[in-house]
Design a protein around this ligand. Structure first.
Ligand code: KMH
Ligand code: ZN
Length: 269
């Protein structure tokens, strides 16, 4: 099996210091959390940014400041800004970090319920426009998939020239599609040959899904964006602790960890 890429989703847009005081908001806090995750074994940082008061933002200057701070601390880590941002943001707001030409960025391939009345909207035109701009800006998308139909959209838009192949998918389990082994296997079976994939389990599903990612030959995403607990009732002190736990699991299961150079090769960056 190829080496395991661990992505750390260190911040997110929805989780707050009320959920876990270690959730980073400031540039310094975001840099520090990225460094904890990197030192623990993450080769990829999935990045949302905040104002100092915790308000999610897609502001280009704020992204640049955070990216510079992460690069200062972890010079070779892969940085993947979110183009999902927070529910309710406009497409133009969301696209700002791609103007910085990062190596990667997320491309959310469908609309999804986010709890209560919250709907994370990604129309067909949004997806095609984001895909086209990412090709023009030389940014490799990570296709964010919240249910199986989003894989089918990605395949359709790739055929139409809006997404380059081979594609890299992130299966987010436990928001819309259930976080079960059966459903993950269905997702994995549904992507084109030659694609790569990672899995993110939300809340209590984070580590069970990570275990499946490790044994099924995929890759793993953990971090405060998806889960703030190290184990039941115990808050993680940092994203580094969540990454460390995945490293321990991978060691037990005989899967080696990819460094950023190895991750770049696997992802075709
Ligand atoms: N915060 C969600 C609305 C992404 O990063 O692309 C979108 C999200 C997905 O987190
Ligand atoms: Zn995200």
């Amino acid at each position: 099996m190829e080496k395991l890429i661990i992505t750390a989703a260190i911040c997110g847009a929805e989780v707050t210091k009320e959920h876990n005081p270690a959730v980073p908001y400031t540039v310094e806090e975001i840099g520090r959390e990225a460094e904890f995750a990197y030192k623990a074994g993450a080769s990829l940082i999935h990045l949302h940014v905040r104002e100092d008061d915790g308000t999610p933002t897609q502001d280009k200057a704020r992204f640049k400041a955070c990216i510079d701070e992460i690069k200062r601390r972890c010079p070779d880590v892969i940085i993947q800004p979110s183009t999902g941002g927070a529910v309710g943001m406009t497409d133009l707001e969301r696209l700002q970090p791609t103007e910085l030409s990062p190596e990667m960025a997320t491309l959310d391939c469908g609309t999804c319920n986010f709890g209560g009345d919250e709907v994370f909207v990604n129309t067909e035109n949004t997806i095609k426009n984001f895909g086209k701009l990412m090709i023009e800006r030389g940014v490799k998308p990570e296709i964010e998939v919240f249910d199986k139909g989003m894989i089918d959209y990605a395949i359709k838009y790739a055929k139409q020239g809006f997404i380059k192949e081979p594609m890299h998918f992130d299966f987010v389990m436990g928001v819309q599609i259930a976080a079960t082994a059966r459903d993950l296997a269905f997702m994995v079976d549904s992507i084109p040959q030659g694609s790569t994939w990672t899995v993110a389990g939300v809340g209590r599903h984070q580590f069970p899904m990570a275990a499946l990612g490790i044994v099924m030959g995929g890759h793993v995403r953990v971090g405060f964006e998806d889960n703030v607990y190290l184990e039941k009732g115990v808050l993680a002190k940092s994203n580094g602790e969540l990454v460390e736990k995945v490293v321990k699991m991978a060691n037990l299961l005989g899967r080696e960890i990819a460094n950023p150079a190895e991750a770049r090769k696997i992802l075709g960056l």
